[in-house]
Design a protein around this ligand. Structure first.
Ligand code: C2E
Ligand code: MG
Ligand code: MG
Ligand code: MG
Length: 289
């Protein structure tokens, strides 16, 4: 196929590219309507402490309630929203709504984590948007956490670090999401003092299966301790993974084992405390030494 040169190659690829471009145009037009007609909602996924077994907070995860396609996941539309710049408006909606909703939660100690794309970092604007969301909701800044990825720090490092610093000065904490999937992770850690590191789920899913993954996770936890950074494991699906993470000294866990992204009401009804283990007993966390 691709070996053919000239027109045949061109005509073989063109319909594919057209279909892709067409699809993206459709999603883009849909997103414009979604903003206008308020078709987004936030689901929340719980984060538990392995130290005391308590629910510490939730990560807000966006969903698009599409009028004909049903619930659309972020992997489908966030990249397109980033490319088209629509992420700025969508991200502002997320920030405002997450703060507003969290301010109304019954338990005022629980934190809310919000994902912020690199494309949302516009010099001078990001700080204002965070400040506005906090002011309008009345949410205690200590309850807000911003999740960013390593890719944010690759470009325009000084301006980004300045922005993160200003946001942090408001009392908001900063988490590095998907840690280990980017590159030069360690140098970025020294450039900016994060409050939290979230170990990417690809590592967690190989825990107990692959000795080098176990060693990497243990090292990240150790790094967190020496840098005084909280370590969260994401994508925890099995009790074995949770036990290994507890033994390694990981602070927080998030994953399907502890709760899927859902509405706050159903979480509060179903998961008031640390879940029971598979044999029906209490799942005692390991003491940290
Ligand atoms: P993320 O921030 O790394 O969020 C974690 C993703 O892992 C979520 O996918 C969550 O549902 C999924 N997950 C959680 N536990 C498990 C598990 O045990 N196993 C597996 N296999 N998956 C698990 P989701 O909700 O589809 O979100 C995907 C990505 O979309 C997020 O990754 C984040 O990068 C982005 N995203 C979500 N909401 C927003 C938003 O409001 N704004 C921005 N800019 N990005 C968002
Ligand atoms: Mg995240
Ligand atoms: Mg992640
Ligand atoms: Mg991600």
């Amino acid at each position: 196929r691709a070996k053919h040169s000239g027109r045949s190659t061109f005509s073989w690829y063109t319909p594919e590219l057209d279909a892709d471009a067409q699809k993206r145009k459709e999603v883009e037009a849909g997103l414009v309507k979604a903003i206008k007609f308020d078709q987004f909602k936030l689901l929340y996924q719980p984060q538990y402490s392995l130290r005391d077994g308590k629910l510490k907070g939730y990560e807000a995860l966006i969903r698009w309630d599409h009028p004909t396609k049903g619930t659309v996941k972020p992997d489908i539309f966030i990249p397109i929203a980033e490319d088209t710049g629509l992420i700025v408006e969508i991200g502002t909606w997320v920030l405002n709504n997450a703060c507003q909703e969290a301010a109304h939660w019954e338990d005022k100690t629980r934190r809310v984590a919000v994902n912020v794309s690199p494309a949302q970092f516009i010099a001078g604007e990001t700080q204002k948007r965070v400040a506005t969301a906090l002011r309008n909701s009345g949410l205690d800044p200590k309850r807000l956490e911003i999740e960013v990825t390593e890719s944010l720090l690759i470009s325009n490092t000084d301006a980004v670090i300045e922005t993160l610093r200003e946001v942090r000065d408001m009392g908001v904490s900063i988490a590095m999401d998907d840690f280990g999937t980017g590159y030069s992770s360690l140098s970025y850690l020294s450039l900016f003092p994060f409050d939290k590191i979230k170990i990417d789920k690809t590592f967690i899913q190989n825990l107990g299966k692959d000795a080098s993954t176990d060693a990497i996770v243990t090292s990240i936890v150790g790094l967190g301790r020496s840098l005084d950074v909280i370590i969260t494991a994401e994508g925890v699906e099995t009790e074995e993974q949770a036990i290994l993470l507890s033994a390694a000294g990981c602070d927080l866990v998030q994953g399907f084992m502890f709760g899927r992204p859902d509405s706050i009401d159903s979480h509060e009804a179903n998961f008031p405390a640390f879940p029971l283990n598979t044999s029906g007993g209490l799942w005692f966390p390991q003491e940290r030494t």
